[in-house]
Design a protein around this ligand. Structure first.
Ligand code: GUN
Length: 307
């Protein structure tokens, strides 16, 4: 008789995010009925980047699907920074707009950090403004970046109390790695942030109860980097050539994470697949942030949205 190696439980982000969107939509409907406030999200896109066009269309459809107001501002590639800042100034003072998201990347002639800094922090549903980064760091209520927020919600759903667990976050970006580490610290994890200069990264990762991979390098985290039974959150979305050489020659691609899934699934206790893990949580958290922002701008306490 052969003994099959243990296989990790898959963390189903599709199902979990659908349930979160339902809770947000129900809470937003109650906000509208009880207070006459329809939560509204404005998305701004500059230029014609095809991937960004798809993301923005999707955000608009999902916002409407949750019963919220959705405004999409499509600006030409040649839009000046001054024109974009003027649009943001108008959205900042529009009482029907509670969330503002400027789709990145912006064209090279626009200073993205100046644009993000111009968004009212209370409407910054991306959580990218330095004021929101600061609020997160010192434990004040603010708006938290959507992808790490989604990861945290999945971890709490899977593991319950996270206190005392060693979390290793691989990646130090402002969008994922740093806020992820802050969120885990706030849950009383012992947190290590690792990055490209970290010495003996595999050995460090093997000490993690929670391993979050957010580096943007396809399948970098191998199975033997994982402590048996650990919970692995794979934030990576990387396009690589198809496994079939004929299809690869035609330019066909497939999506893989930052974790070598086939190896990791044999070692981890729980793992997010790619696709279908973290990815669907990001837009659900964007809707959740828009709802929370709408409540706070009207002096109303948001309903808790965790399951
Ligand atoms: N481009 C790709 N992902 C994102 C995101 O989460 N927010 C914004 N603003 N732009 C993006």
């Amino acid at each position: 008789m052969t003994v099959e190696p243990a296989r990790a439980a898959l963390i189903d982000g599709k199902t979990f995010s659908a349930a979160l969107v339902e809770r947000v939509a129900a809470a937003a409907a109650r906000l509208n009925q009880a207070h006459g406030v329809q939560a509204g999200l404005a998305v701004v896109i500059v230029g014609e980047d095809p991937a960004s066009q798809i993301y923005v269309r999707n955000k608009g459809e999902r916002t409407l699907g949750a019963g919220m107001r959705s405004d999409t501002h499509r600006l030409a590639e040649t839009t000046t920074q001054a024109e974009l800042l003027s649009l943001i100034a108008g959205l900042n003072t529009d009482a029907g707009v509670h969330g503002i998201l400027v789709q990145l990347p912006l064209p090279a002639h626009i200073d993205a950090s100046a644009v993000l800094a111009a968004i009212d922090p209370d409407k910054d549903v991306d959580g990218f403004h330095v004021v929101n980064a600061g609020r997160l760091a010192v434990g004040l209520p603010g708006l938290v970046p959507c992808t790490p927020l989604g990861c945290l919600l999945m971890l709490k759903d899977q593991l319950g109390d996270l206190s005392g667990l060693h979390a290793v976050v691989v990646g130090r970006s402002n969008i994922v790695g740093k806020p992820m580490a802050q969120l885990l610290l706030a849950e009383s994890c012992t947190v290590t942030i690792a990055h490209s200069r970290t010495r003996d990264l595999p050995a460090l990762c093997r000490t993690a109860d929670i391993l979050v991979a957010a580096v943007g390098r396809p399948e970098m985290v191998r199975g033997d980097w994982i402590k048996p039974g650990a919970t692995v959150i794979d934030v990576g979305i990387n396009r690589v050539p198809s496994l079939d050489p004929a299809k690869a020659a035609e330019g066909k691609t497939r999506v893989v994470g930052d974790v070598a899934f086939a190896e990791a699934v044999q070692v981890a206790g729980r793992i997010t697949p790619v696709p279908g893990g973290v990815g669907p949580m990001t837009i659900a958290c964007l809707l959740a942030n828009t709802y929370v922002a709408a409540c706070r701008q009207n002096g109303i306490a948001p309903e808790p949205l965790d399951a």
